[in-house]
Ligand binder design. Structure first.
Ligand code: SAH
Ligand code: SF4
Length: 377
């Protein structure tokens, strides 16, 4: 039954506090296996899946086409609950950050970023992160554990509840597709998704399944610090959009900022990107580049970057550094950010400067969990 990719202290729990097995996060055949072991007929699995992923029900009582005794049995053995929101903060720019409490009391953050033509949900893959990138506040916090497929999906389902965006909520009521505000998903919250690979794959397959949450792979982006050995497989298994946190144009600087570069240096990361199966002119790999004043933001860095990325279907997201106390870094000047972007654009790259969202509620990139940790110390 366990779908965890890791053992030992990083493993997520497989049952809730009451000993019930979460059904969210199990593939349809796995639901068949578990319910038939409890003497229920296999055909019930499809009905249950429909209630969970299309209707968004949060308790078995609402599964009204199942006999009452079946509903009672399901409620005894299984859970389909959502995590509790410890806090829900709304930024002046509309961004919403939820601090969610998991069944074992661990907490994660999920952020919704509404924009003019889309709404993006930023999903966490781990509690904390083992990679100690120097500019990232999440990286200063110890990894407590991986998230299960269940906990990864729960973030998306929680957001659909909160935003009231289930495609067929209510009896037979089918909302038109275009009323949905949550259109895109980025695995860019806390944690390194490729270090929790099996659970991410399991969750995203259900997320993309037309009978599951039915989110197109074109609307899902996975962000990695550059775990070169897993990048190709990720493309083969999932075919989602890829974002790579690059943040430097030389190994020397990148290793200082991101110690993982010593294991997977630039050349290896970029070679893996060259072979990323779904990359094309219309589905470019996003390279994220944080602007750190006098560290990685010179014109020479920009020129080197144009050479490094040659031959890769790429676009560069220039990210003004979100400052946090004690980081030891400052954000580059507006003028230098402009100059950096111009060099990339003149070389033919798309290089938008990402407008920071939710800074006032510590929901911006690299700030997750900061305030909650502080509140407890
Ligand atoms: N671990 C994955 C995904 C989570 S981090 C990764 O590293 O890609 C999501 C993004 O936020 C990464 O590009 C990361 O480099 C960026 N980030 C981290 N700290 C930041 C900060 N203080 N300011 C701006 N971006 C930051
Ligand atoms: Fe982990 Fe990504 Fe933060 Fe690095 S930037 S510490 S990989 S979450």
């Amino acid at each position: 039954m366990s779908i965890s990719s890791h053992t030992g202290r990083f493993s997520p729990p497989t049952v809730d506090a009451a000993g019930r097995v979460p059904l969210i996060g199990l593939a349809l055949p796995e639901v068949v296996t578990t319910i038939t072991a409890n003497d229920l007929p296999a055909f019930r699995a499809k009905q249950i899946w429909h209630w969970i992923y299309k209707r968004g029900v949060r308790n078995f009582t609402d599964m009204i086409n199942l006999p009452k005794d079946v509903r009672v049995l399901l409620a005894e053995k299984y859970s389909i609950e959502r995590p509790d929101a410890v806090t829900s903060l709304r930024s002046t720019d509309g961004t919403i950050k939820w601090l969610l409490s998991l069944s074992d009391g661990q907490q994660i953050e999920t952020v919704f970023i509404p924009e003019a033509k889309r709404g993006t949900l930023c999903v966490s893959s781990q509690v904390g992160c083992t990679l100690t990138c120097k500019f990232c506040h999440t990286g200063t916090q110890p990894l407590v554990r991986n998230l299960s497929a269940h906990e990864i999906l729960q973030q998306i389902m929680f957001a659909r509840d909160a935003l009231d965006e289930w495609p067929c909520s209510g009896e037979g009521k089918q909302q038109p597709d275009d009323v949905s505000k949550l259109t895109n998903i980025v695995i860019m919250g806390m944690g390194e998704p490729l270090f929790n690979y099996n659970n991410i794959v399991q969750a995203l397959k259900i997320c993309m399944d037309p009978d599951g949450l039915a989110v197109s792979k074109r609307r899902i982006t996975l962000s990695t610090s550059g775990i070169a050995s897993m990048i190709r497989q990720c493309g083969d298994d999932l075919g989602v959009n890829l974002a790579v946190s690059l943040h430097a144009s030389t190994d020397e600087i990148r290793s200082k900022l991101m110690p993982i570069n010593k294991k997977y240096p630039l050349a290896e990361v970029l070679e893996a990107c060259r072979t990323y199966p779904i990359a094309s002119d219309v589905r470019r790999i996003t390279f994220e580049y944080i602007m750190l004043r006098d560290v990685n933001d010179s014109d020479d860095d920009a020129v080197r970057l144009t050479k490094l990325l040659r031959g890769i279907y790429s676009k560069i997201n220039i990210i003004p550094f979100n400052e946090w106390e004690g980081s030891g870094f400052e954000c580059s000047t507006e003028a230098q950010i402009g100059s950096f972007a111009r060099i990339l654009e003149n070389a033919g790259y798309e290089a938008p400067v990402r407008r920071p969202r939710g800074r006032d509620i510590m929901a911006a990139c690299g700030q997750l969990r900061s305030a909650s940790i502080r509140a407890r110390t």
